[in-house]
Design a protein around this ligand. Structure first.
Ligand SMILES: Cc1cc2nc3c(=O)[nH]c(=O)nc-3n(C[C@H](O)[C@H](O)[C@H](O)COP(=O)(O)OP(=O)(O)OC[C@H]3O[C@@H](n4cnc5c(N)ncnc54)[C@H](O)[C@@H]3O)c2cc1C
Length: 470
């Protein structure tokens, strides 16, 4: 509980109306997009400036109050769920785009800017910001930076951390600092910008970011290929890359996902197909045309039973809808949808999908898989019901086995959604005890009293490794 004096200090820091303590407000900030996690904070504060963020952190630090920084709360790892009490620090009011610098090709924006708003602003002047997480109409730049969010264009263009050139941030004890800047080259000391990217709110609070922009690609072409054999679809992914073509998007859907999408939006998808690949290329029109023709040829050579391609924007949009509706289509099936992101080297996609199917059968669960095939970043998605405790136990066991299977195939427990609280028991499986110790030492250097996002990244106890094959 926060004392009346602490609450008064917080109100003085951000303004009376921006320090919320009503039951309804606390409920609204007690959960995020992750099913099964919810705890109330003691207060929610919504600062407007970096200086106000610093003032809030000085108060929290002096009284050792946990602070849970929050953008839009769309993360899928319980990264913003309070530990039971403490302050939720919402950056939503810091939502100004400060500059689009057309000489240096950078954008400077506050951390609470919605990702899609930045896209609109830079596209209006013919520039391009590639990171496009599926949540971009709600997610914030601060949340993207802290999760190093990816998206459909990750294969060719990389993820958020590849675009963060500089940032303004506040330390746990309330000191403001800047790292990086607009310099294309800068090797002055440790790369704090890269260290902070993906740190999930555990090291500092980011208030402003400087992002790299690119010229807008001239054209786009899209293809959709249907396979009756999962292996063939996976082989096609490898062959496209081996042919020295890096499409901007190379997405995959399994049979369960295809059926759910068709049932929902009736796009004419073949519900008996084992897998579907959605491929998009961008760049100069002549290069796009040549690449998409060659990709279509590879798909056919590998046994695709149907290849559609489109250059007209409306027709391209229709093809892309199949992938865009995947999650909403699956989410209609049961009350609770758990979306994971076990990731493997792209050569291991077929064995990984087979493992996911085997594990789903073993635990008698409804798990479908779609994802960024070009990155090996799969999204096994379980449709379940959180009210059924016995089923939820099976879901947890199944996902533990899925993470173990991904690691056995040389992959990772999360490609883009982060560790947060939900996957903290598995982090040591990936980084080992030495990795955990080094990470904890970094955390201590930034936040010696552990007030920033306590309970995230590092679990009290690591899960025992499960035996994957029997
Ligand atoms: C439908 C759906 C689709 C999605 N698609 C994708 C996808 O394609 N790719 C992908 O990578 N992810 C995806 N996600 C996950 C999520 O949207 C991303 O991780 C996104 O970057 C989170 O942004 P946010 O503003 O909601 O951050 P939040 O959820 O509010 O916070 C995320 C983490 O960052 C910290 N944080 C937030 N802002 C700050 C700040 N300013 N300073 C310090 N710490 C901060 C929080 O404490 C938390 O640990 C999806 C989620 C949903 C629900």
């Amino acid at each position: 509980m926060l004392t009346p004096e602490i609450l008064a200090a917080l109100r003085a820091a951000v303004g009376e109306e921006w320090c919320l303590t009503s039951k309804a407000d606390l409920m609204a900030y007690s959960y995020d997009a992750t099913p099964l996690y919810q705890r109330l904070p003691d207060a929610v504060v919504l600062p407007r400036t970096t200086e106000e963020v610093a003032a809030v952190l000085q108060i929290a630090h002096a009284h050792r109050i946990p602070v849970f920084t929050r953008g839009a709360g769309t993360n899928l790892a319980a990264g913003t769920v309070p530990a039971g009490g403490g302050i939720v620090l919402s950056l939503n009011r810091m939502n100004r785009i400060l500059e689009i610098d057309q000489e240096n090709l950078t954008a400077t924006a506050e951390a609470g800017v919605i990702t899609a708003e930045l896209h609109k602003a830079v596209e209006a002047v013919g520039l391009f910001y590639p990171p496009d997480p599926g949540s971009m109409t709600s997610s914030t730049l601060g949340g993207n930076v802290m999760e190093s969010a990816g998206g459909l264009r990750g294969l060719k263009y990389g993820v958020t951390k590849d675009y963060v050139m500089g940032l303004t941030a506040v330390t746990a004890d309330g000191r403001i600092f800047r790292a990086g800047g607009k310099n294309v080259k800068d090797v002055a000391g440790y790369d704090l910008v890269k260290l902070i990217c993906g740190s999930e709110g555990t090291l500092c609070v980011v208030t402003e970011v400087i992002l790299k922009l690119l010229p807008m690609p001239e054209a786009k072409r899209t293809a959709l290929a249907v396979f009756h054999d999962m292996e063939a679809a996976a082989r096609t992914v490898s062959r496209i890359i081996a042919a020295r073509i890096i499409p901007c998007t190379l997405e995959f859907m399994d049979n369960g996902t295809i059926r759910a999408v068709e049932d929902y939006v009736h796009l004419g998808l073949p519900t008996d197909a084992a897998a579907l690949l959605l491929i998009q290329q961008d760049g100069p029109a002549s290069v796009c045309d040549a690449d998409i023709q060659r990709i279509a040829q590879i798909c056919r050579e590998e046994g695709a039973t149907r290849v559609e391609h489109a250059s007209d924007p409306a027709e391209q949009d229709r093809l892309m809808q199949a992938r865009r509706f995947a999650l909403s289509a699956l989410a209609r099936r049961r009350p609770t949808t758990i979306l994971e992101d076990a990731t493997v080297p792209r050569s291991q996609i077929a064995p990984m999908v087979a493992e996911i199917q085997r594990i789903a059968q073993k635990y008698d669960l409804d798990i479908c898989t779609f994802g960024h095939a070009g990155d090996g970043n799969l999204h096994p998605t379980c449709m379940t019901d959180e009210r059924n405790k016995e089923e939820i136990q099976r879901v947890e066991q199944a996902f533990a086995e899925i993470f173990a299977a991904a690691l056995e195939l040389g992959g990772t427990i999360t490609g883009e959604h982060g560790v947060g609280e939900a996957k903290s028991p598995y982090l040591e499986w990936k980084v080992g005890p030495v990795g955990i110790e080094l990470m904890k030492n970094i955390k201590k250097a930034f936040d010696p009293h552990g007030i920033l996002n306590p309970g995230k990244l590092f679990a009290g106890e690591t899960r025992k490794r499960v035996v994957v094959r029997q």
